[in-house]
Write a protein that binds this ligand. Structure first.
Ligand code: AMP
Length: 475
């Protein structure tokens, strides 16, 4: 059996009841491009059938030709942007998935990662299911196709009660759009209104772009059903549990102009920086950020510490996120392509450099060197999250455990590796406190406390149901 690879960072967008559905979905995906740059797709419904356009590539490239939209008619559409690990980066895995089955056509777009996918797949294959993709999302389609319940809503509820993990899902049929957020609420999902139409998006920045009004967040465990009469129905088909939204969305992943989990991301990031300054103050002349994700935290740090903030590293905006590049060789070169120091701001100075996280340590090491080469007298690295020591199984792309520098190195070893004069990470308590929110979070990447137990402990080499390197069978 070929095992599934985790479905990595993604963004979803859907609109129901608007004459410009596909065009607006294109814009929505544009705003969500930071959540996945590998492939994208849109499926529209004109009331009688579903129409799809999906390819590998960036939104602007895949949908750059206006003619594409002539093939996406109708007043409803769902879209998806995706990034996944290298081996699974194939055309057949581009979402939304669209199928015809005994009860009609259905398309689905998924953000998140199911942790019992391989167990369910083995079970389904034993009963004769044939899988066309290596995406865990396809499991959901198979489960709803075999469900013995009558309505689509029941079938979706039935299927989702069997899967475990993180999911924000958008389903589209000829007549309906359905949005579901998993009971843990790992990934963000919000609801908006545009004229008579309804909009659902991973992040509120997508609503802003199309000038839709933000209505509210989709609740953890909530299913929203949009129907032709313009109505929206809300159901809670799962057992209620304590939600655990992903704190890393605040740290790095979401866009700072988005509001997620009840808070504005920029303000939370700034507070992370303030808290970091309270925890790891240092005598210095200037605070700089690793752009773009480190900027709000650096501003907060500078404010709290009373040290001037400067744009000491300038980013070339025409280069994607270096981490996203699948080949290690490109990633090494990438930092230099992406960032250049402003010597005049750094020469002879004691510099505090703020980044949001250290994963393998490659970026920090290069940046410290870069800042020193630009004449800095001292370089103090400050990280606005705790050490990333554990892989994520719920939809953030983190390498396996042995590649995470903090899983096997002490603070001082990491400091020496990145060649900084001092190194300080935000504490776990400081991180949660800085969100200003009372509810629980998934902090598994920092603490190793996974909110969902994995089945099949025999398949857990180190941490989870599978190790990304060891257990996946290459395609
Ligand atoms: P590394 O060089 O492996 O230590 O990566 C650290 C850099 O990657 C930091 O500058 C982060 O902003 C960024 N980063 C952290 N997590 C992710 C992720 N899941 N996807 C892309 N970039 C990330």
């Amino acid at each position: 059996m070929k095992l599934f690879r985790p479905e990595e960072e993604c963004g979803v967008f859907g609109i129901y009841g608007h004459p410009e559905a596909a065009n607006l979905t294109y814009l929505g995906l544009y705003a969500l491009q930071h959540r996945g740059q590998e492939s994208c797709g849109i499926v529209s419904s004109d009331g009688t059938g579903l129409h799809a356009h999906k390819r590998m590539g960036l939104v602007a490239d895949v949908f750059g030709n206006q003619k594409v939209f002539e093939k996406l008619p109708g007043k409803a559409a769902i879209g998806h942007v995706r990034y996944s690990t290298a081996g699974a980066s194939v055309e057949k895995n581009v979402q939304p998935i669209m199928v015809d089955y005994s009860r009609g056509s259905i398309a689905v777009a998924h953000n998140g990662n199911l942790v019992n996918a391989n167990l369910l797949k083995a079970e389904l294959e034993a009963y004769g299911s044939i899988f066309q993709t290596t995406m865990d999302t396809e499991i959901i389609i198979h489960l709803l196709a075999i469900s013995r319940t009558h309505s689509l809503v029941e079938r979706i509820g039935d299927a989702l009660n069997r899967v475990k993990g993180a999911y924000c899902l958008l389903f589209l049929t000829e007549s309906r759009m359905i949005a579901v957020r998993d009971p843990h609420g790992f990934r963000p999902l919000c609801l908006g209104k545009l004229g008579d139409g309804w909009v659902v998006a991973s992040e509120s920045c997508a609503l802003d772009l199309i000038e839709a009004e933000f209505v509210r967040e989709v609740e953890p465990g909530e299913m929203l059903i949009f129907t032709k009469d313009g109505q929206m129905q809300s159901l809670f088909p799962f057992k209620k549990i304590e939600p655990t939204p992903c704190i890393f969305e605040f740290v790095y992943f979401a866009r700072p102009d988005s509001n997620i989990f009840g808070k504005n991301v920029y303000q939370v990031r700034k507070e992370l920086g303030r808290q970091l300054a309270r925890e790891y103050k240092v005598d210095a002349d200037v605070v700089i950020a690793v752009p773009d994700s480190g900027v709000p935290a650096a501003m907060g740090y500078a404010e709290e510490a009373g040290i001037p903030f400067e744009l000491g590293l300038i980013r070339n905006h025409y280069v994607g996120r270096t981490f996203i590049e699948p080949a290690q060789s490109i990633r090494h070169f990438g930092v230099k392509i992406k960032l250049n120091p402003v010597r005049e701001l750094l020469e002879g100075k004691r510099v505090v450099v703020i980044d949001d996280s250290i994963v393998r340590g490659t970026t920090s090491r290069k940046i410290v060197k870069m800042v020193r080469n630009a004449g800095a007298k001292e370089v103090h690295m400050r990280i606005s999250s705790p050490p990333t020591s554990y892989p994520c199984f719920y939809g953030i792309d983190t390498p396996n455990r042995k590649e995470l520098i903090s899983s096997s190195h002490t603070l001082d070893e990491i400091r020496r590796y990145i060649t900084a004069d001092t190194l300080g990470y935000l504490s776990e308590e400081g991180l949660v406190k800085a969100t200003g929110l009372k509810h629980s979070f998934c902090t598994a990447c920092f603490t190793g406390e996974y909110p969902i137990n994995f089945p099949m402990p025999s398949q857990i080499p180190q941490m989870g149901l599978f190790s990304k390197d060891e257990e996946y069978i290459e395609q």
